[in-house]
Design a protein around this ligand. Structure first.
Ligand SMILES: Nc1nc2c(ncn2[C@@H]2O[C@H](COP(=O)(O)OP(=O)(O)O)[C@@H](O)[C@H]2O)c(=O)[nH]1
Ligand SMILES: [Mg+2]
Length: 386
C-alpha cells in the first residue's frame, strides 16, 4: 500500500494531484481543512485491514483523527466548506461511476453506444435516444440499428396531413413575434384559393399590436379577393368568430409576444375562451433552441393546441432537438415552412422526411458528439438502471 498526503488551496486541486501521482485507483482516506487549504490523504493498493494493523497507523491517525476528535465546534463557514467538499466528492464519484458504466456499455454493446452517439449528434434528447436504443432487437448491426432508430423516431413524430387545405378548419396561429405566423397564414390562404377559390375563405386580423400588421392583412385580402375581419379588440374575438360560421377555412392571425410576457398569457386566455370555435396551432421556428421551444410548448399547453407548424426550417442548423420537443409533447406537426416565398415554401409535414432531414443536417454540419457529455449522460442512465 502506498499512502500520500497532499495539501492544496482547493479540494479539486488536491484530488487532481493525487490522481496524477497514484492513478485512478487511489482511495481517499481522509481530508481536512487546515491553514494552508485542504489536506487530503489517499492510498493506492489500499486494504481496509491495514487500518487496524500496526503497519501504517501513525500516518493514518495523524491525518484522520484530529479533525474529528480535537477540533473545536465547527463554524458556519467550516460546515459550508465541508458541505461543498462533499458535493464535489459526490460529483466526482458520480462522474467516475458514469464513466465505468459507459465503458462497460461500450464493451458489451458497441452498436448501442455508437447509435447513442449518432442520435446525440442529430440533437435527439437523451431520454428519447435511450428509449429508442433500448427498443432495438437483440443482435442488430449498426446499419440495421440506424434504420430502426430512424423508423422509431418517425413513428413517434405525429403529423396531421394536409387537413386544412383538404377540408378547411378554423385555425389561430399562435407564437412568439417573428416566428412566421403571418407568412404561413398568407401561404395557406393562397394555396386554398388555388384549390378551392376564394368564396369560403375568411381571414381574421386580430394582430392589433404590431404596427402595419392590419395593413399587411388588408393588402393580402385585397390581393386575394378575400374579406379580412378585424375584431374591435382582441377580447371580442369569440363574438367575431361566431359570425363566421359559413366559411370553411378561417385563418386567424394573432399578435406575437414573448411567451414570458403577461400579455401573452392574457391572450391565451381569450383564445381559450374561443375553444370550440377554433383550433389553436402553435407556430414554432425550427431554428429556435430546443429548450426555448419546450418552454413555448409548455406555456401554451393550457390552450391544448391541436398541432404546430414548423417554420424557418431553412435556417435550422440542427433539427433533432426540435423533433424531440414535439415528440415529448405529443404535438403533431401540420405544415413545415422552409423559406419566405408565398406560397411556394410550405408543405404538409411528413414524419420520415423530417427525421431524414434531421439526420442529413447532422451529417452536413459535421456535428460531433461531446464524448465527455455522452459519458456523463448515458453512463449515469446506465448506472441508474442497474
Ligand atoms: N428564412 C425564412 N424566413 C421566414 C420563414 N417564414 C417567415 N419568414 C420571415 O420571417 C419574418 C417574420 O415573419 P412574420 O410572418 O411576419 O412573423 P410573425 O411575427 O410571426 O407574424 C419575415 O421576414 C418572413 O419573411 C421561413 O420559413 N424561412
Ligand atoms: Mg405577424
Amino acid at each position: 500500500m502506498k499512502i500520500v498526503r497532499h495539501t492544496a488551496p482547493e479540494m479539486r486541486q488536491a484530488l487532481r494531484a493525487i490522481r496524477e501521482q497514484l492513478g485512478e485507483d487511489a482511495v481517499i482516506l481522509s481530508s481536512r481543512r487546515g491553514p494552508q487549504g485542504v489536506e487530503v490523504t489517499a492510498a493506492v493498493d489500499f486494504d481496509a485491514a491495514h487500518l487496524d494493523s500496526a503497519a501504517e497507523p501513525a500516518e493514518l491517525r495523524v491525518t484522520a483523527a484530529p479533525a474529528f476528535t480535537n477540533a473545536a465546534a465547527p463554524t458556519d463557514a467550516t460546515t459550508e466548506a465541508m458541505g461543498n467538499e462533499l458535493k464535489t466528492l459526490r460529483r466526482m464519484l458520480e462522474t467516475q461511476l458514469a464513466q465505468l458504466a459507459w465503458n462497460e456499455r461500450s464493451r458489451r454493446n458497441p452498436v448501442h453506444v455508437e447509435l447513442l452517439r449518432e442520435l446525440s449528434e442529430i440533437g435527439v434528447a437523451q431520454d428519447l435516444a435511450d428509449h429508442l436504443v433500448g427498443q432495438l432487437p437483440a443482435g442488430v448491426d449498426l446499419t440495421q440499428g440506424r434504420r430502426f432508430t430512424v423508423a422509431g423516431l418517425s413513428q413517434y413524430l405525429l403529423v396531421t396531413g394536409d387537413r386544412w387545405l383538404d377540408s378547411g378548419g378554423r385555425v389561430a396561429f399562435i407564437g412568439a413575434t417573428g416566428v412566421g405566423k403571418t407568412t404561413v397564414l398568407a401561404k395557406l390562404a393562397v394555396r386554398w384559393i388555388l384549390r378551392h377559390g376564394p368564396q369560403e375563405l375568411a381571414i381574421v386580423a386580430s394582430d392589433t399590436v404590431r404596427i402595419g400588421a392590419q395593413d399587411q392583412m388588408h393588402a393580402l385580402g385585397q390581393l386575394l379577393g378575400v374579406p379580412v375581419h378585424v375584431p374591435e379588440r382582441f377580447e371580442a374575438l369569440p363574438q367575431l368568430l361566431s359570425r363566421l360560421s359559413r366559411h370553411r377555412l378561417v385563418l386567424i392571425d394573432t399578435p406575437g409576444a414573448s411567451v414570458r410576457e403577461a400579455q401573452f398569457e392574457a391572450r391565451l386566455a381569450v383564445l381559450g375562451s374561443c375553444a370550440p370555435l377554433l383550433e389553436p396551432a402553435l407556430v414554432l421556428a425550427a431554428s429556435t433552441q430546443a429548450g426555448a421551444l419546450e418552454e413555448t410548448i409548455q406555456r401554451c399547453a393550457v390552450l391544448k393546441p391541436t398541432s404546430c407548424l414548423l417554420t424557418k426550417m431553412d435556417e435550422a442548423a440542427s433539427l433533432g432537438g426540435a423533433l424531440s420537443a414535439l415528440i415529448g409533447a405529443r404535438l403533431p406537426v401540420s405544415y413545415v415552412s422552409d423559406g419566405q416565398r408565398v406560397p411556394e415554401d410550405l408543405r404538409p409535414a411528413r414524419a420520415l422526411e423530417l427525421v431524414t432531414q434531421a439526420v442529413r443536417l447532422a451529417k452536413s454540419s459535421g456535428a460531433a458528439a461531446d464524448e465527455d457529455l455522452l459519458r456523463r449522460r448515458f453512463g449515469k442512465l446506465a448506472h441508474a438502471n442497474t
